[in-house]
Design a protein around this ligand. Structure first.
Ligand code: SF4
Length: 289
């Protein structure tokens, strides 16, 4: 049986927020004011052409920009629903309303929501969606400043399908990366805060010890998947979208290279640890054992 192919689709480059941790803000495209009036949405015909070449689709992450700004979202979901294992829509949640929620529930779509605060407003909003039957995964970019948000997750969102703690990444190779020991300390504190929901917590591993097999892999564990950008170009990783190596044929897409990876090319390592592909995920409980 052919291996499943996981796909990320950037359906639009339009967004209604400008989050400091989002790699999209560092894309060249967003820096050029001349692009403002160009078409920033993926064409469904192009999507079909690209998908024709994939036989065994696993999980599909629909992202952007903000996917709820994409006018063809329902048509796109209809095209993918029979052909994929699972569809996840990554949204900042600003445009969610009852109509969208009922639609996602009816299609068994999972919403991936980036949790950025621990306000009562957010708690009430997400709990209402849960009561309406929506499946939600919470993703959170973890830092020292955001630990108070993590602390309240079990109390506010005990029902959530999954919690994923993210290692901050950027397509800008000059952006500072959190060091290994600091990252592991944050994961240890998070494990204490999240002990009542620990089975549901996934983390981006970030670093391994230098004698680990992944540290000696020439690709440092690069996660293999397909990223389809709004203009039809295909990439092996969201962090190298626009870095000049996209192509239009899914089967011809190049693999990423450590020397071109905006995270790994910084060569972050200390005496004990080396940085690996930041998209390698594990369960927090098994990570700490
Ligand atoms: S190694 Fe770097 S470029 Fe390759 S998939 Fe991981 S983050 Fe992306």
């Amino acid at each position: 049986m052919t291996k499943k192919t996981h796909i990320g689709i950037n359906v639009t480059r339009r967004c209604n927020m400008k989050c400091s941790f989002c790699y999209y803000t560092t894309l060249e495209y967003n820096r050029n004011p001349e692009n403002e009036n160009k078409n920033l949405d993926l064409s469904l015909n192009v999507l079909e052409e690209r998908l024709e070449k994939i036989n065994n689709i696993g999980d599909v992450y629909i992202t952007g920009g903000e996917p709820l700004l994409y006018n063809e979202l329902k048509s796109l979901i209809n095209k993918l629903i029979q052909r994929s294992d699972k569809i996840l829509v990554c949204t900042n949640g600003l445009l969610l309303n009852d109509e969208w929620i009922n639609y996602f529930v009816s299609k068994n779509i999972i919403l991936v929501i980036s949790l950025k605060d621990s306000s009562e407003k957010t708690r009430k909003k997400l709990n209402k969606y849960y009561q309406m039957g929506l499946k939600i995964e919470l993703y959170h970019v973890l830092s020292e400043d955001t630990l108070p948000i993590v602390k309240l997750i079990p109390q506010n969102f005990f029902w959530v399908e999954k919690i994923r703690l993210l290692f901050e990444t950027s397509s800008d190779c000059n952006k500072n990366i959190i060091p290994a020991k600091h990252w592991f300390a944050l994961l240890n504190i998070s494990a204490i805060y999240l002990k009542d929901v620990i089975e549901k917590v996934e983390v981006e591993v970030g670093y391994v010890q230098k004698n680990h097999a992944i540290a000696n892999d020439p690709n440092r564990g690069a996660v293999n998947r397909i990223i389809l950008d709004f203009d039809g170009r295909v990439y092996p990783c969201p962090l190298i979208v626009e870095k000049g190596n996209g192509c239009s044929d899914i089967n011809e897409r190049p693999q990423c290279k450590v020397e071109e990876c905006p995270v790994l090319k910084q060569n972050n390592f200390d005496d004990d640890y080396i940085q690996i592909c930041p998209f390698i995920i594990t369960n927090l409980k098994s990570f700490l054992q």
